[in-house]
Design a protein. Structure first.
Length: 124
């Protein structure tokens, strides 16, 4: 007759306690070019009090596609960006400069917040 094996449960030791580390705030995520471009295109369109259909018609695209571009969902080609710039009364260079300026502004703003606590010295 075969002997039966004795089974003993393994004791699991609790994991070692890790010393608490200060919580680190992850750096802010950089905005995507297509998102900032879309915001700028929408701002230009609204400044001119135009509908999606009016601007899209002049640019030769569908209003749905323009809506996706403005929401940062689509990455338009350079030809499409140039057509939209022209439809909104600006140039590709002008639009690119505006978007680049906004990206710089957002980067500076995020950098100043991510630098940690700031101590201000009061003048006596």
């Amino acid at each position: 007759m075969a002997e039966r094996a004795r089974i003993y449960p393994l004791r699991r030791e609790p994991p070692p306690v890790q010393p608490e580390q200060p919580s680190r705030v992850p750096p802010p995520q950089e905005p995507l070019w297509r998102e900032v471009l879309g915001q700028r295109l929408r701002a230009l369109r609204l400044e001119q009090q135009e509908t999606l259909s009016e601007t899209a018609g002049r640019a030769g695209i569908s209003p749905q596609y323009l809506s996706e571009i403005e929401r940062g969902r689509k990455e338009p080609s350079s030809e499409m960006i140039a057509a939209l710039a022209g439809a909104l009364g600006t140039t590709l260079i002008g639009l690119t400069e505006q978007v680049a300026g906004e990206l710089r502004r957002q980067h500076r703003s995020a950098s100043s917040r991510a630098s940690g606590p700031v101590m201000l010295r009061l003048a006596a």
